[in-house]
Design a protein. Structure first.
Length: 404
């Protein structure tokens, strides 16, 4: 047992940016595309490739686990307003541009392909302006534009991946509250409370309703004032993954990171998949640890991927509408492999444009401060120097601002 608790900690492993978290998030975004390919291309009933696992669920759960780890650190190191500003910059510019491009660019092209004209585009159903307006704050209240996906194999869904962003933002609210009340730094045990509650629900559900989820059934949505509708199943699973990531961050100085625990986590994760537990069941704890272990232990070349340019968010938000468009154009008739590779190639181009033209330029404003809150130069010049044992605050690097 002594070997298990020897070695470096998560804090030592993640002191800099030498990790594979960006590479892993890119892999997760691509895994979502793999999971969606058969369903979007042929429809749920005619899906030609039945994957042995819920690829999309595995990927999104991983996103939330890594996001909790990174966003918790951002919350601890930033003031409340700065934290909110960073989150807005990272999520919304790319998201809003995606809505506009999809509604006013892709949808008219699909309408023209289906009808041979763009006449009537604005009057054939809920239009593009409504699509942007109703989905502006990530609550997906309009799923299609002018019925362009009505006859698609997976119908009436122009971008079926964006619904998870609202759950992500809800998790950010938790970090914001804990950070603003200083609990995230001064009473880190508070993070364990929601984690214990959510894990208890999953344990009970796994062993009492292992096939059809019980209290967290996906078919029983609930409404939260202002925030909108949620599905219990995903709130519990994704929320737990995020909180586990938060717990790993706040206890990073004592959590060991070694190959024994990594191998054990890999085995438990494999067992949960073999048993068919939805989103790993109670072994989701092992899955989150496995991701953090892999982020530090994957080979150096993989740890360098995404260090300067992170395309994972662009891949995630544009993959579904591009796969949907290719399905409407008939690409699936050439086979699952051709359809998937064509989708990946097209998404890579669009995601690159999103990063270089929208996401990265938006992040250059992360240190902007409104004029009324700026300190005058003379005040800054006379400000006392930090104590020798207190490190000066570091300007966030791009990797610190990434959501998952």
């Amino acid at each position: 047992m002594a070997r298990v608790f020897r070695g470096r900690t998560l804090e030592a492993a993640y002191t800099g940016r030498d990790n594979a978290l960006n590479f892993m998030r890119l892999c997760f975004a691509l895994l979502v595309m793999v999971g969606h390919a058969g369903v979007i291309g042929w429809g749920p009933a005619a899906n030609p490739v039945r994957l042995p696992i819920d690829a999309g669920g595995v990927a999104v759960t991983g996103f939330f686990g890594l996001s909790g780890f990174l966003i918790s650190r951002s919350g601890r190191r930033s003031g409340a307003l700065r934290f909110v500003w960073h989150r807005v910059l990272r999520i919304f510019p790319g998201y809003w541009v995606c809505l506009v491009v999809t509604a006013f660019g892709l949808a008219p092209l699909l309408f023209w392909y289906e009808h041979g004209t763009t006449g009537g585009f604005l009057h054939s159903g809920p239009g593009p302006a409504g699509y942007v307006y109703h989905n502006f704050l990530t609550d997906q209240l309009q799923s299609d534009v002018s019925r362009v996906t009505g006859d698609a194999p997976f119908g009436n869904a122009l971008n079926g991946s964006l619904w998870t962003l609202k759950s992500e933002l809800s998790c950010y609210l938790l970090v914001l509250v804990l950070a603003a009340t200083t609990l995230l730094r001064r009473a880190r045990w508070v993070v364990l409370l929601p984690g214990a509650g959510l894990l208890s629900v999953i344990v009970w559900d796994t062993f009492h309703e292992p096939v059809v989820p019980g209290p967290i059934a996906a078919v029983t949505p609930f409404h939260v004032p202002v925030l909108g509708w949620y599905l219990r199943y995903y709130v519990v699973a994704f929320g737990l993954a995020f909180v586990l990531g938060m717990a790993a961050d706040v206890y990073r100085s004592v959590i060991p990171l070694n190959d024994v625990l990594g191998a054990a986590s890999l085995a438990l994760t494999a067992v949960s998949l073999w048993l068919g537990w939805p989103l790993f069941g109670p072994f989701i704890v092992a899955y989150v640890y496995l991701l953090l272990w892999a982020g530090a232990r994957l080979p150096g070349p993989l740890r360098r991927i995404g260090r300067r340019n992170d395309y994972s968010y662009g891949v995630y938000i544009y993959a579904f509408p591009i796969q949907q468009a290719l399905a409407i154009l008939g690409v699936p008739r050439f086979g699952w492999t051709v359809y998937l590779l064509t989708s990946v190639a097209a998404v890579a181009v669009v995601a690159g444009c999103s990063w270089h033209l929208v996401e990265r330029p938006a992040m250059t404003a992360r240190n902007w401060t409104p004029r009324r809150f700026r300190r005058p130069p003379e005040a800054a010049a006379t400000a006392p120097a930090p104590a020798p044992d207190v490190p000066a605050p570091r300007a966030p690097a791009p990797g610190d601002l990434e959501p998952v």
